[in-house]
Design a protein around this ligand. Structure first.
Ligand code: BG6
Length: 484
């Protein structure tokens, strides 16, 4: 049996604009909801300062709702990591050259919506924004790196959030499609792989969906609009680019029952269903029958217009992409939380408490391939860790190499032995960037170290870590040589 990854397997790395790009005040870029999210830490969640209707300032936690009549507000003296991030905006040539040196076959990055449409509501796209992304794409193509574009990664223009309540409104579908049309028109001869959205089964609340309320009714109605927007983007994309492939990204860390008690097994099954609901709709093209019970339990009624079901049915996704970082255990007694849950006694955890479970990646690859029988793409996987620079200036991140080796070996088994079709693997945060959940810089993922601390101080100098040469060899041997 061959243990070789398929020819053309797309090895690479992944980033997201608000964690990586910066250039907040440049190129006529408008404000995103994520621009209001502060830094934080493992113990202290990220927050959003809000201005209440009586003019006083208060705070809410990120991923939650904003009280009625309040708006997100910049608080003087507060640090907002997305504004500078690690300044890919000014370092893209240097960064892509480093990716090319590692032999990247693909680079996944996301579009900052407000760079193209500063409020989201303009009629015409902002040329400076389009030019920036075309330059990034051209830089990739110069090195034969296939661009993999996430059109929208966990964010929305703050104008659309504050004026239309974000994805609560069907108007946001039209705004999103304008963004797609501008991107497809400009990049159609250069970009084949697209992702319409990121981690749809994990986004929630104001910063990610632009909704002021985070209750179930608002959330699932907004999600219905996202489903339609994605399906219509697939339709438009296929019409404009017959060879292009469209996916969406889901957070698919494995979910296990805590014990073999039947009620725990059912709880785990239900938790998985709630997570796979989003990809079920978008991969199969219809709301699954089990969603009736989920909506009944949550008190949700989806308002559909005539033709909505037809749109979902006609334009499903071409491939499924997902992030895999960890697994979670679920029991009948615990609340379902796909990024939390009880500790698994069989697994070690990362410094940020995420269970390390390489076998879970093989499990998930098989699970979702069995379910959909369409190509998969592992577009995020990696280890967030504290990296120390040695006295000689080197960074020995053996722990990262170990984590990645173990996960790649399991992916190899899924592809080579279990015959799962997988298009590629993009390691998350290939150049160090800001953490999504905590807003910290010290939670680093990259092959390349960026000199910047949690408050944005530093030279932004890029330094290769030990894992840089290791990944270069992995790619050069198409995954055959994983040795250190
Ligand atoms: C995924 C997101 O959830 O996980 C990324 O798509 C994120 O944006 C990544 O950065 C890792 O999470 P964190 O919180 O460690 O940055």
């Amino acid at each position: 049996m061959s243990t070789k990854f398929p020819d053309g397997f797309l090895w690479g790395g992944a980033t997201a604009d608000f964690q990586y790009e910066g250039g907040f005040n440049e190129g006529k870029r408008g404000t995103l909801t994520t621009d209001y999210v502060t830094d934080g830490s493992y113990e202290q969640p990220r927050q959003i300062t809000i201005k209440l209707s009586d003019g006083t300032l208060s705070t809410v936690q990120n991923r939650t709702s904003l009280p009625e009549g309040s708006v997100a507000w910049f608080h003087e003296g507060q640090y907002y990591p997305s504004h500078q991030a690690v300044d890919f905006y000014h370092h893209y040539q240097e960064d892509i050259a480093l990716m090319a040196e590692m032999g990247f076959k693909t680079f996944r990055f996301s579009i900052c919506w407000t760079r193209i449409f500063p409020t989201g509501d303009e009629e015409c796209a902002n040329e400076e924004g389009l030019k920036f992304y075309e330059d990034v794409v051209d830089e990739c193509l110069k090195y034969n790196i296939e661009p993999l574009i996430t059109i929208c990664h966990d964010e929305i223009p703050s104008y659309l959030a504050d004026t239309y309540d974000g994805w609560s409104s069907r108007h946001t579908i039209d705004c999103y499609l304008k963004l797609c049309e501008a991107l497809f028109t400009r990049l159609k001869s250069k970009v084949k792989y697209w992702l319409t959205f990121n981690e749809l089964n994990a986004v929630r609340g104001y910063s990610m969906m632009g909704t002021h309320s985070a209750d179930n009714q608002t959330h699932y109605q907004a999600m219905h609009h996202v489903f339609l927007a994605s399906a219509l983007a697939v339709k438009m994309g296929h019409e404009m680019m017959p060879d292009a492939m469209f996916g969406t990204m889901y957070a698919l860390s494995a979910i296990y029952p805590a014990t073999c008690k039947p009620s725990d097994i059912r709880a785990a099954y239900n938790a998985r269903r709630q997570s796979l609901f989003f990809s079920d709709v978008m991969m199969r093209g219809y709301y699954p029958s089990y969603s009736e019970k989920i909506f009944k339990d949550k008190g949700v009624t989806i308002k559909k217009e005539v033709g909505d079901d037809e749109i979902l049915r006609l334009y499903p996704l071409d491939y499924l992409s997902f992030s895999y970082y960890r697994s979670t255990i679920v029991s009948a007694e615990t609340e379902i939380d796909i990024m939390g849950g009880d500790a698994n006694p069989y697994l070690e955890t990362t410094p940020w408490g995420w269970p390390i479970d390489p076998e879970g990646l093989r499990y998930v690859l098989n699970e979702v391939y069995d379910r959909y029988q369409k190509p998969l793409f592992v577009v995020e996987n990696g280890l967030g860790a504290v990296d120390e620079i040695g006295e000689d200036g080197t960074i020995n991140d053996d722990y990262r190499i170990d984590y990645l080796t173990d996960h790649i070996m399991e992916m190899q088994k899924a592809i080579c032995e279990d015959k799962v079709e997988c298009l590629g693997y993009t390691m998350w945060g290939c150049i160090d960037l800001v953490s999504l959940s905590t807003g910290e810089m010290k939670k680093r993922y990259g092959f390349v170290y960026v000199d910047m601390d949690d408050k944005g101080n530093g030279t932004l100098k890029r330094t290769k870590k030990k894992s840089f040469d290791w990944y270069k060899k992995v790619i050069a041997t198409n995954g055959e040589d994983l040795s250190k």
